[in-house]
Design a protein around this ligand. Structure first.
Ligand code: GLP
Length: 321
């Protein structure tokens, strides 16, 4: 299906164009089967899209009662002394989704899921990792790392994380028939979900991740946590290999912070250093990859039209209106 890049005017315009694409896809999917399965992201990038989608659903443009959704990631280690406290913490991705999207829908989705990161108690996790060094290995570089728990760990806690928290989430996606359309944003160093820069692509289904210092610093810079000490250090996240199994992947990016990763992801090599570069491999294998950018994020791509053309990327610069 290839790669299409839409360059829009600003955040509002980006949100409107992207929402139009999602709505069209949902309507099309509903013609072929009862349920549409959406993959959803958190962060500031998709918030405008969610407003438009909720409005369209509430106006009857599509039936939100025939949608299932799966989110990309959830923190482990939010402040709170039990699961309930962590789930309703205002920085949990569950809370974010209710506030920014699910709560706006008159007619709720059939099912909404987020990775079960809040179930893990960070202190217990750290202790079990420390006391059972043979049970797991790090995969990745100095930036972010995934913690790979081996098949038959001695620690019952780590065994439960592997089976129920990580593989359990992947099983739910599979049981739903896979994701029809996945919305993604772009994190620091071009990461997707919490597939941090440097984590290998191979075997990246649902992962337990030790967050990159850069990700933690961004979370503080964006005002999510007062200090790096308050920020969670781990997350449960879909890996690039799973994210890019969706039938369509829609990437949203706006602003200066995204320019380098977005440009490298399409004009550079496919490398785990820039996890979203995996999109090139996905498109080459027949995936439908769509970027919706604002003018700033798309600046360098627009300046390299020739190279994009050589790589069979369709560039659509949207007119002002
Ligand atoms: C975090 C999330 C990503 C998200 C990224 C960008 O790292 N785990 O899923 O894409 O932030 O957030 P924003 O859209 O606010 O720039």
């Amino acid at each position: 299906m290839g790669i299409t890049v839409y360059v829009t005017r600003d955040f509002e315009h980006m949100s409107e164009i992207a929402a139009g694409i999602v709505i069209k896809k949902i309507i099309e999917t509903h013609k072929g089967k009862d349920e549409a399965v959406l993959g959803l992201a958190t962060g500031s990038s998709p918030t405008g899209v969610y407003k438009h989608l909720a409005q369209a659903a509430n106006n009857g443009q599509f039936d939100s009662g025939r949608i299932r959704s799966f989110n990309l990631d959830e923190y482990v280690g939010l402040p709170g002394d039990n699961v309930q406290q962590r789930v309703i913490h205002p920085e949990s991705y569950a809370y974010f989704m209710i506030q920014e999207f699910f709560g706006l829908l008159k007619h709720k989705f059939i099912e909404t899921r987020l990775p079960y990161g809040a179930l893990i108690d960070q202190k217990t996790l750290i202790r079990e990792l420390r006391e059972n060094r043979e049970d797991w290995t790090f995969k990745g570089t100095d930036a972010g790392k995934s913690i790979v728990i081996k098949a038959k760990p001695l620690s019952a806690y780590l065994a439960w994380i592997r089976k129920d928290v990580l593989d359990g989430y992947a099983r739910k996606i599979k049981a739903a028939g896979g994701i029809d359309l996945q919305i993604i944003g772009v994190g620091g160093r071009g990461h997707v979900a919490f597939h941090e820069s440097g984590i290998p692509f191979q075997g990246s289904a649902v992962m337990l991740v030790k967050l990159d210092d850069d990700t933690i610093a961004n979370a503080v810079r964006d005002g999510h946590f007062p200090t790096t000490g308050d920020s969670p250090n781990y997350a449960v996240s879909m890996g690039a290999e799973l994210v890019y199994q969706a039938r369509t992947v829609l990437l949203l990016a706006n602003g200066e912070r995204k320019v380098e990763s977005v440009t490298r992801s399409l004009l550079g090599d496919v490398t785990p250093e820039v996890p979203i570069s995996y999109g090139q491999r996905y498109a080459a294998k027949g995936g439908n990859l769509i970027y919706v950018l604002d003018r700033i994020a798309g600046r360098e791509l627009m300046a390299n039209k020739g190279q994009l053309k050589k790589r069979s990327v369709t560039l659509k610069v949207m007119p002002d209106h």
